[in-house]
Design a protein around this ligand. Structure first.
Ligand SMILES: Nc1nc2c(c(=O)[nH]1)N[C@H]1C(S)=C(S)[C@@H](COP(=O)(O)OP(=O)(O)OC[C@H]3O[C@@H](n4cnc5c(N)ncnc54)[C@H](O)[C@@H]3O)O[C@H]1N2
Ligand code: MOO
Length: 340
């Protein structure tokens, strides 16, 4: 630490907090450790009785924590992400709009494995709202050699760690299967649940059809929906092991690629996903109608941002794929589906 007259301290970094006490009013730091002294601060410092201050010598090639946080925030701040000003050396990232949060976990690790650097984020694939807090970043010491930041910048290049991907407007068809519903023995309670979940992700249901338990008829209904030009076809009912459960076979008939029948997620083990060209064909088991949060809440946002899911994407949900069915559901602010 070096002692300097306040008049000579402009542009230097304060080595410690300076407290101001206004009797009967308040007590707190007027200046903080790490602040860079500005010309207009001099009268205030003199008012506080400070003719001299201790400064960190601003060595060439070294960055102050606020400057370093700005460089780290540059690595983090991707699409549709806002940032705060540095405060006590930290910069926060916020969602600039509603969408699905994507975190490049490998790049994030490249920052956090380095001494002296940190960035903490929310989980990958969390649906977020405009203004939501996404990440915070800072260096650990007050100063850092610029070359240490340059090393990580070179590794990360022009990629970004934090992006918010908006849900593009899409159209869906819902095909509801089951003789009990088709014959009017019970009221269809599945379609409204699916319709609402779709609408949360900017997907409008433009076609609905009730079909009895008949493989050929379910296949025909899927083909009819695709011919209407919808972006996603959702089938409900008949997804498990009864002889009358024919929906998986119908999806298989219509798909040119089946990604999975079965997912390591509870509720939702009997989930199915296939594609005909780029159109996702989704089979939803009965639990999606019954349970507040299921496999559908994990897969739907990714479908909504046009990700083409693979078997590996779905297998990765096993770790964290167990919903605890809490009395008050706080999803997405819980562990469900956060292992990816
Ligand atoms: N022995 C086994 N039993 C079950 C299995 C299994 O693997 N082996 N899987 C279980 C899982 S997991 C689920 S989830 C459920 C439901 O699976 P399904 O998707 O096949 O559902 P359905 O059999 O068609 O219907 C179950 C239940 O829900 C009612 N339902 C269906 N669709 C509607 C609708 N549109 N509106 C109102 N109600 C509807 C239906 O009447 C049945 O009561 O299976 C487990 N069992
Ligand atoms: O697949 Mo069931 O769909 O786990 O409750």
């Amino acid at each position: 630490m070096e002692k300097l007259a306040v008049e000579d301290a402009v542009g230097h970094v304060l080595a410690h907090d300076i407290t101001e006490i206004k009797p009967g009013e308040n007590k707190g730091p007027a200046f903080k450790k790490g602040d860079i002294i500005k010309e207009e601060d001099i009268p205030h410092l003199l008012d506080l009785g400070k003719k001299h201050i201790y400064i960190w010598e601003k060595k060439p090639g070294y960055l102050h924590e606020n400057e370093a946080a700005a460089r780290l925030a540059d690595l983090g701040q991707g699409k549709n992400v806002n940032r705060s000003e540095p405060s006590e050396g930290k910069i926060n990232l916020y969602a600039a709009r509603d969408g699905l949060l994507k975190i490049d976990k490998e790049l994030l690790f490249k920052i956090n494995i380095k001494d002296k650097l940190m960035m903490a984020t929310r989980h990958n694939y969390t649906p977020v709202k405009e203004g939501d807090y996404l990440a915070g970043t800072r260096i650990i010491p007050l100063l850092i050699a610029e070359e240490e930041l340059e090393a990580v910048e070179t590794e990360i290049k022009n990629h970004k760690i934090v992006d918010v991907i908006p849900y593009e407007s899409k159209k869906a068809a819902i095909i509801t299967t089951g003789s009990e519903v088709y014959d009017g023995r019970i009221k269809d309670k599945f379609t409204p649940v699916v319709e609402e979940k779709l609408s949360n992700y900017n997907i409008k249901t433009v076609h609905k059809k009730l079909v009895t338990d008949d493989k050929a008829l379910i296949t025909e209904a899927i083909e009819e929906a695709i011919a209407l030009g919808v972006d996603i076809v959702v089938c409900t009912g008949g997804m498990s092991v009864d002889p009358d459960d024919l929906t998986p076979a119908a999806i298989k008939n219509a798909a040119d690629e089946v990604i999975t029948y079965g997912a390591p997620v509870l509720p939702g083990a009997m989930f199915m996903l296939g594609y005909q060209n780029d159109t996702p064909l989704v089979g939803l088991p009965g639990c999606v109608m019954f349970s507040k949060t299921t496999v559908f809440d994990l897969m739907l946002p990714r479908i909504a941002i046009n990700e083409r899911l693979t078997g590996a994407d779905i297998a990765a949900y096993g770790h964290g794929g167990l919903c605890l069915s809490c009395e008050t559901c706080v999803y997405p602010d819980c562990n469900f589906g956060k292992g990816v």
